[in-house]
Design a protein around this ligand. Structure first.
Ligand code: DLL
Length: 434
């Protein structure tokens, strides 16, 4: 463990640490001359305990937009040493700023995350998250260096070149989105190199993925590979808000000494009962440049109760089910794309790539899933595969979803950035061939 003393702290001591940090955070924000924070905290007292947090106001994504670019800064610009921006889907990106201490924290939490998935200073880590404004590349990169391992800053794209580099540089760890890790595995297979690589583990996040996808990913790297989930978001810090440990792979440990998690009902904003699904809300207890109080992440998850065999005492959250704003409403039924993925990936006959098409050509939208066989020898069974998936999807999602099974490699891959899985269809053109 990278910071054993903190990561195994008993709960009462952790709670005292969180309380002291919250008191300090509120005092720091009240001492700024920033009208945004003065107004937000106008009805808040000195915050003596972490238990005071649920009575404080939320921070919303929209506030990053309305205060763009620097309206939420809690330090003078002189103290800012780095800027990142979130991958906004529309309009202006969200700018996030870091002081030198924030950059050190960013490196520390990523070193902790890497250590939890099994990395040590002896690893050569191939970092295939995008470098640049996106927090993934630099976040993991600094974490690798903090741990004392060797970082290979490959960034996204050009998978054949990357596989060659992994081979030559002797990569033992892979930091990449789950979808890009699969592309690399496919490529390594095509190049006849899969068995020759020495990969032991992968740290995968930035997009939703399922247990079935983990299984396929671990198998496609030859079975000795631990694929763990890393979670984070730019508005909070970037990657390294939490991670799964390799011992359990049963929930994401949130680095709660820095990022305090709550789960609330996305409609009412009220806390949900233990282990119920809801929206994750995070307070950054120690960040300096751009802290957030009760940030509504829009990510849907639940708390996981019970101790973890790895010995970490921090609370765990389940895999992110999707974003409140990604939820599709089809004929009155709420569907998260990840629920469809879960059903598809359980089927052994399918490869790991899929696309969901929301067909809006008629008055009532319809869903189609485009999938591919794991191996072209199975293509003759496409009609059977399709009909069993239609009935499984009907049982799980309560909708008829058309399933089209194509040959291996027929679903488009995303080589740079986050995988695009959901496509809208509004006219005769096939959105996948656009
Ligand atoms: O995606 C930070 C990151 C980089 C995380 C590398 C992990 C690895 P943003 O671009 O701001 O930051 O996007 C944040 O991505 O609110 C989630 O909806 C989604 N997301 C991030 N990690 C996961 C994950 C980075 N492990 C948004 N599972 C978040 C599911 C994830 N969704």
């Amino acid at each position: 463990m990278y910071l054993e003393e903190i990561e195994t702290l008993d709960r009462p001591s952790l709670s005292r640490l969180q309380s002291a940090r919250l008191t300090d955070l509120v005092a720091r924000l009240k001492a700024t001359e920033n009208p945004f924070w003065l107004e937000k905290l106008s009805g808040v007292g000195s915050a003596d305990s972490i238990e005071d947090l649920p009575s404080m106001p939320y921070t919303e994504k929209d506030e990053f937009r309305t205060t763009y670019p620097y309206g939420m800064l809690a330090v003078p610009m002189d103290d800012v040493v780095r800027i990142h921006a979130s991958s906004g889907t529309s309009g202006k990106p969200t700018i996030v700023a870091y002081t030198r201490q924030d950059v050190a924290l960013f490196a520390q939490v990523n070193a902790r995350a890497l250590s939890a998935v099994g990395a040590t200073s002896r690893d050569v880590v191939h970092v295939a998250y995008g470098y640049g404004l996106f927090t993934g590349g630099l976040g993991l990169h600094y974490g690798v260096e903090e741990l004392g391992a060797s970082a290979v800053p490959a960034s996204g794209g050009n998978p054949r070149f990357q596989v060659g580099l992994m081979m030559d540089a002797g990569a033992t760890g892979l930091a990449a989105t789950p979808s890009f890790a699969l592309i690399l595995a496919e490529c390594a297979d095509e190049m006849g190199l899969k068995g020759s690589l020495s990969l032991r583990w992968g740290i995968h996040g930035a997009e939703p993925w399922s247990e079935g996808l983990r299984d396929k990913l671990e198998r496609s790297w030859g079975g000795l590979y631990d694929a763990c989930d890393i979670y984070g978001l730019s508005e909070v810090i970037g990657p390294g808000v939490g991670v799964e440990c390799k011992e359990n792979k049963g929930g994401i440990h949130v680095f709660e000494d820095h990022f305090y998690p709550e789960i609330v009902d996305p409609e009412t904003g009220q806390p949900v009962p233990d282990s119920a699904l809801g929206e994750l809300v995070i307070t950054t207890l120690t960040k300096q440049a751009q802290p957030v109080i009760r940030y509504r992440t829009r990510d849907i998850t639940r708390f996981i109760e019970g101790d973890c065999p790895c010995g970490r005492t921090s609370r765990r959250i389940g895999r992110i089910q999707g974003r409140a704003d990604d939820m599709l409403i089809i004929r009155g039924i709420n569907v998260y794309p990840r629920t469809i993925e879960t059903v598809l990936m359980e089927d052994e006959a399918l490869g790991p790539n899929y696309a969901i098409i929301v067909d809006r050509r008629k008055a009532l939208p319809e869903l189609e899933a485009r999938v591919e066989v794991a191996d072209d020898s199975l293509i003759g069974s496409a009609p059977d595969i399709s009909s069993r998936l239609v009935s499984r999807l009907r049982e799980t999602v309560r909708l008829r979803i058309e399933v089209n099974v194509g040959p291996a490699g027929s679903v488009p891959r995303t080589e740079v950035g986050k995988a695009k899985r959901v496509f809208e269809r509004t006219d005769e053109r096939d959105p996948l061939s656009a």
